[in-house]
Design a protein around this ligand. Structure first.
Ligand SMILES: Nc1nc2[nH]cnc2c(=O)[nH]1
Ligand SMILES: [Zn+2]
Length: 433
């Protein structure tokens, strides 16, 4: 007999992109809702008044007064080995990498260090309500083993990969085209498709890979079904100029990747702040995604992402924290910064669209919407309980709100990890405040 659990709270999830169906048709909301979970999956959801009387015998009922259940958040770009460099002063991308990031990533040669950091990182993700992420490791294959081991223990749906980097980086952080290929292959065979884990072929960015390495990355993508390609693109103006000098034979930054077969469905490019129209169009046609990382783009002084332009070209867009260039693990905080980035460009981020970006939009960017992104029956029971009383200020502000839209927006603008009361992965509590 499957054991059923019922969670009672306000329930909100997205059904579609507000851009495609209008805001009102884009979500489903139950003021007094009930979420039924069986064997790690959503069994049913609806109004408590309709479902309570017909609960299977023995169902455990868990009630959350003054709380909102949403799907778990999805972070489409983050680096687990960079927790220790968050909030490092005074640099933009290329200097930041050399000064802070590369030395810190060097420490992951030690599997003990990698294991400790992976545990801390996952704890922090779950504290913030993020249940799925697309994650950079370091160049060391043991960094990725440590990450997947920790994620597997918690039965999380996670995507990660070993960094490929064979030039323009310190010796202690470089591989070769052949060793990067062989190590990635070994990790794919060990982890890709195990439980809820997936592998991403992860060239760091064009400047740190030779054409030979990028070609082998493309070869790997052809050898196993369902792999991701995860990298950075057009984040910083100096970086874009550098790519032009390193690859003069290519027509632009995206073309470097495209030439080696790295632009397709399941390709996720972080940032894309300085892409041109033709590149946006190509990403849209290819079914690739851009990870929008506003806290990082502001912190590193990289620029403002033009979300409307990407969407006009049909590009899938997810939200990324980009820890440790980013300054928060919280998708709520990240949405608050996204709102401000778009304000500066005359674009409005509707609160339901914001929720879409952090949940179903992220799932679509990762081609995982058959499993996660909303709470439709059959999907993984990955969800968050958000606390309307998280802090005195939040309680006060939400107490003034007269609509769901107002409440949701204020919660996003003011909320962070303190607003996450509990996080569930595959129906199991994995964080409680
Ligand atoms: N934000 C960010 N951009 C990058 N581009 C290449 N590597 C990195 C990185 O680690 N962080
Ligand atoms: Zn990044």
């Amino acid at each position: 007999m499957p054991r059923t659990k019922a969670f009672r709270a306000a329930l909100l999830h997205c059904l579609a992109d507000p851009r495609e169906v209008g805001v009102e048709a884009s979500y489903e909301y139950f003021e007094d809702g009930l979420l039924l979970v069986e064997d790690g999956k959503v069994a049913r959801l609806g109004a408590a008044g309709d479902l309570l009387s017909s609960l299977p015998a023995g169902t455990e009922l868990i009630e959350y007064p003054d709380a909102l259940i949403t799907p778990g958040f999805i972070d489409t770009h983050i680096h687990y080995p960079q927790v220790g460099v968050m909030g490092s002063y005074g640099t933009q991308l290329l200097d930041w990498l050399e000064t802070y990031t590369f030395p810190n990533e060097g420490r992951f040669v030690d599997p003990e260090h990698a294991r400790a950091q992976a545990a801390l990182f996952l704890e922090e993700l779950l504290r913030n309500g993020t249940t799925t992420a697309l994650v950079f490791g370091t160049v060391h294959k043991q960094s990725v083993d440590a990450f997947f081991e920790a994620a597997e223990k918690l039965d999380l749906r996670m995507i990660a990969g070993k960094v490929l980097m064979d030039r323009n980086a310190p010796d202690y952080l470089t591989d070769t085209p052949e060793s990067g290929y062989a190590d990635s292959r070994e990790l794919i065979q060990r982890w890709h498709g195990k439980g809820r884990l997936h592998y991403a072929v992860t060239p760091r960015f064009a400047p740190t890979s030779t054409p030979e390495q990028l070609a082998l990355a493309g070869k790997l993508l052809g050898e196993f079904a369902g792999l991701y390609l995860h990298t950075h693109i057009s984040e910083n103006k100096q970086e874009v100029e550098w790519v032009k000098t390193l690859f003069p034979e290519r027509s632009g930054y995206l073309d470097v990747y495209d030439h080696h077969g790295l632009v397709g469905a399941r390709s996720v490019f972080a940032h894309g702040v300085h892409l041109c129209d033709e590149e946006c169009q190509r990403l849209g046609e290819a079914g690739s995604a851009v990870a929008f990382c506003p806290t990082s783009n502001l912190f590193l002084g990289s620029g403002l992402l033009d979300l409307a332009r990407l969407e006009a070209h049909g590009v899938r867009v997810g939200l990324g924290t980009d820890v440790g260039g980013g300054t928060s693990f919280s998708q709520l905080t990240t949405l608050s910064e996204a709102y401000k980035v778009l304000q500066l460009q005359g674009q409005k981020l509707d609160p339901f669209k914001a929720l879409y970006l952090a949940t179903l939009g992220g799932a679509r960017a990762l081609y995982l919407d058959q499993h996660i992104g909303n709470l439709q029956p059959g999907k993984d029971a990955d969800f968050v309980v958000l606390d309307y009383q998280a802090t005195p200020l939040i309680a006060h502000r939400l107490g003034q709100a007269t609509s769901l839209q107002e409440k949701l927006f204020a919660l996003m603008m003011l909320g962070d990890d303190r607003a996450v009361r509990e996080t569930f992965a595959a129906g199991v509590s994995v964080h409680r405040r």
